[in-house]
Design a protein around this ligand. Sequence first.
Ligand code: MG
Ligand code: ZN
Length: 361
Amino acid sequence: MKNIVKIVLGILVISAVGYRLSSPINKQKIKKPKNIILLIGDGMGLSEVSASYFFKDSVPNFDRFTTIGLIKTSAADALVCDSAASATAYASGVATYNGAIGVDMQKKPVPTIIEKIIPMNISTGIISTSSIMHATPACFYAHAASRSSYQDIAAFLPISKIDFIAGGGTEFLDKNKREDTRDLFKEFEDNGYEVETNSLPNTTTDKKQAIFLAEDGMDKILEGRGDFLPNVTKMALDKLSKNKDGFFLMVEGAQIDWAGHDNDANYLITELLDFDKTIGVALDFATNNGETLVIVTADHETGGFTLSKDNGDYNKIKPTFSTTGHSATMVPIFAKGPGEENFGGLYKNTAVFKKMMDIFN
Ligand code: MG
Ligand code: ZN
């Protein structure tokens, strides 16, 4: 009996010590950031990220992250996800069908993070190297049953109240090219936007800004896009960070996916390294700012990309593809900044929305 008492006491002491050792970490209140920069590399699986280590002359910016997780990407109606279902999961926390833009399985609109935080006086921005009406950015501000309804999707933009918009897509705004002949450029101006369609402005303004520098998608890096993505991201951060109440900025490296569809390794790697450079801009800003959480992830993997050995040579990498479509492989998620702890682990794409909203709520 005495021995049993001793054992029980022993267990209690050990658990108490164990509790004391673990409690400061478990109980510590995670500091909330004020700002979130979400960077989405479309089609950027782990092999794509790995390529940055083998094809960049310096250490990639992925190396600067301290919290890493994995995301299960499946759509509600399919094992292999598309950009629309995935971006709806990220923007609204809802599992839906491939092709859905901000709508659920019943095609009912679901509120997006941008729609939820604008009334909280948080500034917002979206940037992409595709058209802004393309699936990934569209899911953050529009609601459409089909991702191909670009003209309908575009009509959400002038009334979106998003502070900073940059990418391609003039053909969906132009009254001469729209079936309904609506002049969305004018609608932007009527809603207080400064619109730019020639080149990246040198400075930000106090007005909301909409910058459209291509009819549809932006040029490839290989076709001379240059530093559009890192530069425009820096510009957005300058503008949005003036709001002391915080901001949310979504930046998409859209063409990593397009290169995967093309099974074009050179295209893929150049787009990936451009995206990595942009991550560097975000991380530099966040390090300096101290109240910003940077999240980098992908919507799904594209191309079944692998870094195989070149025939018999284990010292040479031969980028290889297994499909011209998407794959179901998990994608990595990287986080750095206050609250990054919440982004480690293995979870579904829909959880990212909830984790981000917990920060703004
Ligand atoms: Mg995309
Ligand atoms: Zn794709």
